[in-house]
Design a protein around this ligand. Sequence first.
Ligand SMILES: *[C@@H]1O[C@H](CO)[C@@H](O)[C@H](O)[C@H]1NC(C)=O
Length: 321
Amino acid sequence: MSGLNKTMVTEFILLGFPNLAQFQLLFFVILLLIYMVTLLGNILIILTTMVDPALHSPMYLFLQNLSFLDICFTLVVVPQLFSNLLTEKNSISFIGCMAQMFFFFSFGTVECFLLAAMAYDRYVAICNPLHYRNIMNRRVCIQVMLALWFSGIPVGTLQTTWLFSLPFCGPNKVNHFFCDGPPVLELVCADTSLFETYSLTATVIIIMSPFMLILGSYICILHTVLKMNSAAGRHKAFSTCSSHLIVVTLLYGTGVLAYIQPKSDYSPDIKKLLSLSYTVVTPTLNPIIYSLRNREVKESLWRTLGRKIIITPSFNTHIFF
Ligand SMILES: *[C@@H]1O[C@H](CO)[C@@H](O)[C@H](O)[C@H]1NC(C)=O
C-alpha cells in the first residue's frame, strides 16, 4: 500500500442494493408497507400497555420496552434506507456513519438481552410460580430494565471508537444499506485481526449466551407445560413457544452469521439479506408474535379502542397467549 493512498476519508457512500436498481421503487413500496406495520404494531402495544391497568405486570412492561426498542432500532436504519432508495444522494458523513453504528450496536445489544430477560421472566412465572412475585417485583423489574438499556452503551462505544480509529484510506464505498460493522471493516486499510477477535468474543457474549438462556428457559417451560392436564393448553403453549423460538432463532442466527466472522466470504447480497432480517423482519414480527397473538393484549386493545366485547373465561398460563 503506498503512502500516497492515505487520503482522509471524510464521508462514506452507501451503495445500498445496486442489483435491485430496476426494482428500486417496488422494493421501496414493500419496505414502506412493512415499516408502517412495524410502527403501527409497536405504537399500539405501547399505548395499550400504558393505558390499561390490567397490563401493568412485569411481562407487559417488558413487552412495552421491546416495542419501544424496536421503534428506536428501526429508526436508526430504515429512514436511511428509504432515502437511499429514493434519492441519488447516497453519501453519509464520517460522523453520521459513526453515530448510526453506535446506535445500531447499542440498540441491538439491548434487543438481544431484553429478549433473554423476557424468556427468563416467563421461565420463572411458569416453572417457579410460587416465587414469581418475590423474584420479579417492581423494583427488580425497573433495575433489570435500566441495566438492559445501559448495557448497550459500552458495546456501542467500544465497537464505534475502535473501528473508526482504524485507518481508512479509500475507497469509501460501503457495500451495504447502512453503516453496519462488517461492511465498514472491509474498508479499513490495516491489520484488523485484533478487532476481529473482539468481534468474535462480543458475538459469543451478546448473541450466543442470551440465545442459550432463551433456549434453556423454553426447554423448562415446555417441560412444565407438557405435564399440564389440558390438551388445549398444551397445544396453545406449543404453538406460542415455537413461534417465539422461530423469530428468536431468526434474529440470533442471522446475527451470529453476520458478526461472528465480520470479514467472511459470503457475497455482499447474502450479507444484506442477513441484515434485512435482523433490522426489518424481527422488529415487525415481535409485536405480532409476542402481543397480538396474546388474548389479554387483544382484549385490551379492543377495550382501549372503545369496543365492548364479551370476555370468555379461559385457561391462560400467560405465555404471551
Ligand atoms: C419499560 O420498563 C420500565 C420498568 O419496568 C417501565 O417503567 C417503563 O414504563 C417501560 N416502558 C418503556 C416504554 O420504556
